[in-house]
Design a protein. Structure first.
Lengths: 260, 221
């Protein structure tokens, strides 16, 4: 039976879709069978980040309303044979789907896939309710800004109210140089407030913007962000992976005496 | 210009205001007339009555009630003592009872309160966990947080100024005690040592200080 993971944050623009794309692709790289579901009805963009926009024929709402079979709506990824995308509808809104229907959809997909990853829209309204309805665990994405952390806190509270079995935290777009000068919250600061398990720290990386624009998730390549996302994937499947040393490049002594 | 007889409605029934300068016999007639006029409006409720203005003897009060019941459908079930002194005594007794209750009881909550969540209690509140920004505690009694208080806390929400807030990590957005509100400074001092602190009311403003034996011995429960 597969596991349903919802990627959520409360605040917009912190990297839910990027995380969904990279974690999904990373799990597929680890030979897992994965389906990504975009529940941001009306503001669809996971397909763009995945570079699969041109393949969309049917979407989530079509599946829910019975206009097509699930299999017809699933788009097979162009790079990884075990990765699929169920895109969102662009012409409808959140009310087109009910939480109960999402739950049923997840149950139908569970036997077929190892991981079902749901990209949650920003906000705490119907879209959020839909996205979390069928989920077994949640990845809460936040950036090290008070506004994002505040919203993440609210979301974690709501997830607890939904009796989510497991909730992990991803701190996205961390800039070590700013943390060092005291201008940015560190991941420790964020964890202290949110008090949930930290499953990954993703450094701020220009490569993400390039990757998003090209529709090529950078998970697993040799950038720091790519490695960080791969580590998150490994932790999701239960491997113990030490956190990346985000300071590795910096410092004279560490270059001479640094790790082998 | 004030009428010598006025009927006032209140949540405790009706109040009959009588001019102190008028003779009792004149008042009697006026009361009779007034109630006859407003019988329809007053209806047939069971109500309590209180007297204001002219001091009446017990017999006179009885007579007044008789006039009212004869001329209206009202049923007067009791006479309320409306004097200031009586009210003050009553309020004091209620307050004392409430304070006793809130001091003696506390609701214990285990877990973190996150943004958007709040906890209310008619008694005291003890939280074993953090209270995050955007979360709130409201208690008619005292508040104790064994964790970080980063949100808002309102102790003595019923108006008890002896209430206090104790936390193991005091970094609140806002603290209220009774009707007094204190907010956090706009620029936080990050290096503040984390130790158990207490917020209490002193001379009308909220004071936060480390919890010392002196302070504990001065607390009123």
């Amino acid at each position: 039976m597969g596991e349903v993971i919802v990627v959520t944050s409360g605040k917009g623009g912190v990297g839910k879709t990027t995380t969904t794309a990279n974690v999904g692709t990373g799990l597929a790289k680890l030979d897992k069978k994965v389906v990504l579901i975009d529940t941001d009805i009306g503001l669809r963009n996971l397909d763009v980040v995945m570079g699969l926009e041109n393949r969309i024929v049917y979407n989530l709402v079509d599946v829910i309303e019975g206009n097509c079979k699930i299999k017809q709506a699933l788009i097979k990824d162009k790079r990884y044979p075990t990765l699929y995308l169920l895109p969102s509808a662009q012409t409808r809104d959140k009310s087109a789907v009910k939480p109960e229907e999402m739950k049923q959809l997840c149950e139908q997909l569970k036997p077929e896939f190892d991981y079902i990853i749901i990209d949650c829209p920003a906000g705490i309204e119907q879209g959020f309710e839909n996205a979390v309805a069928g989920a077994d665990r949640a990845l809460v994405v936040t950036t090290p800004e008070v506004s994002a952390v505040r919203d993440a806190d609210r979301i974690i509270g709501l997830l607890e109210a939904h009796e989510m079995k497991k909730t992990d935290l991803i701190v996205n777009r961390l800039r070590m140089d700013m943390v060092k000068t005291g201008d940015m919250m560190s991941s420790e600061d964020v964890v202290e407030i949110l008090a949930i398990n930290l499953i990954g720290i993703v450094p701020d990386d220009e490569g993400i913007i390039v990757a998003t624009n090209n529709g090529e998730p950078l998970v697993g390549n040799d950038t720091k962000a790519g490695q960080a996302y791969m580590n998150i994937c490994k932790r999701i499947i239960g491997e113990e992976v030490p956190f990346l040393d985000l300071n590795a490049k910096k410092g004279f002594f560490s270059r001479i005496f640094g790790r082998k | 210009m004030s009428a010598s007889v006025t009927i006032k409605g209140s949540k405790n029934g009706i109040t009959l205001v009588l001019s102190e300068t008028e003779e009792y016999d004149v008042l009697k007639e006026k009361v009779e007339k007034k109630f006859k006029e407003s019988a329809k409006f007053l209806g047939n409720a069971k109500t309590a009555i209180s007297f204001e203005g002219k001091k009446l003897s017990e017999e006179q009060k009885e007579e007044m009630i008789k006039i009212i019941t004869e001329n209206t459908e009202l049923e007067i079930v009791c006479i309320l003592d409306n004097s200031e002194e009586g009210n003050a005594r009553f309020a004091q007794a209620v307050e004392k009872k409430i304070n006793e209750m809130t001091a003696a009881n506390a609701k214990i909550y285990k877990g973190n309160l996150r943004s958007g969540q709040s906890l209310e209690s008619d008694a005291g509140l003890i939280v074993l966990g953090d209270v995050n920004p955007g979360a709130g505690l409201i208690s008619k009694g005292n508040i104790i947080v064994l964790g970080s208080l980063r949100g808002t806390a309102w102790a003595g929400a019923g108006g008890n100024e002896n209430c206090f807030v104790i936390c193991s990590d005091m970094v609140p957005m806002q603290i209220r005690i009774a009707d007094i509100i204190a907010r956090s400074p706009d620029h936080k001092d990050k290096k503040d040592v984390q130790n158990i602190k207490i917020a209490y009311l002193e001379k009308g403003s909220i004071v936060i200080s480390p919890l010392s034996k002196d302070i504990i011995s001065n607390l009123v429960l």
